[in-house]
Ligand binder design. Sequence first.
Ligand SMILES: Cc1ncc(COP(=O)(O)O)c(C=O)c1O
Length: 393
Amino acid sequence: MSKLKAMRFDTLAVHAGQEPDPLSGAVMTPIVLSSTFAQDGPGKPRAYEYSRTDNPTRRTLEHCLAALEGSKHALAFASGCAAMSTILHVLRPGDHVIACDDLYGGSYRILKKVMGPLGLESTQVDLSDPRRLDEVIRPNTKLVWIETPTNPTLKLIDISAVAERCKSRSIPLVVDNTFATPYLQKPLELGATLVVHSTTKYLNGHSDVVGGCVMTNDSGWHEQLRFLQNAIGAVPSPFDCYLVLRGIKTLHLRMERHVQNAHRVAYFLASHPMVERVIYPGLPSHPQHELAKKQMKAAGGMLSFVVRGGDEVARIALSETSVFTCAESLGGVESLIEMPSIMTHGSIPPEQRKALGIVDGFVRISVGVEDPDDLCEDLDQALRKAGKKNGLL
Ligand SMILES: Cc1ncc(COP(=O)(O)O)c(C=O)c1O
């Protein structure tokens, strides 16, 4: 591991935290299913005690995640939501959290409907202008939580600018880096205190695991979260840890192709007669295209667009795709298409959705790694069918 510390991202993705098994020489990390571990005597554990507390496969994954994000510490969780819930358990009733306005629906639900009734106060604000933070900070503000790019309107938030404002008031900043991955964006280097991921998405990359993680350089935060990881117990199974480790080995390759394909699809949709607007940070038409170039290595594999004719037409188009699967989630090798208003973001009140720009006909796609011509042709035939059925073409 120590030799690897100086290695570059692609090498870390394949090797970090992983050595051939000292007993068998197995090149791939063993899946250690044991829930408990023998002790040399009462109260004399060897390296491990009990798998909720720590587990060899999970520890390997945590080392790998820390190496990729460039952090001192990483903790793995049973889902992205479990990671978020565990972080929020550090706070106390009466504490106040500021979150960006465009938040994944499940994150919004935890903040408002789970932690709200327990006394956690929260305010959402559009942090694509970081100065807005100053308007909502209170004496009891204990955490700022942002996503960038945001889900699903793909707004960008200037991490350095928000981090500076947080630092001057000693408020920790959490960045949900799920959409970008550490391959494209490194929030800790830009001043964030904690980074969270839903590993369900790009890090695993194959739509066969639900998982999450938290990374930090702050040992105080790490110790609190490690305590809660064990105490609350929202930990991933060893098998899921193995799958995420395996998925990560190709993260750099997959992300390159996701980005290439997303650019192709974005330009294709931008000139399509059934599309009103394409939102993709990699397009010069995106209002924060310059920030994307500054803060991200590339614009990622997620894009949203607005179908001409509204929800009804979009609904038909989504039933007509054959390469794109109509499904929630994102970040897998396969392309997915969805309508946030009735799927991923259904838990956000309709007025709030509209204010965010999740308008009639709003569609989000996760561009996979298939042949880009097949992706464009599939969207084209589905949109044309929907347009013809509604007399728009
Ligand atoms: C940006 C973002 N953060 C967090 C989550 C929650 O992750 P999980 O579904 O693994 O709990 C999601 C899920 O879609 C997400 O898109």
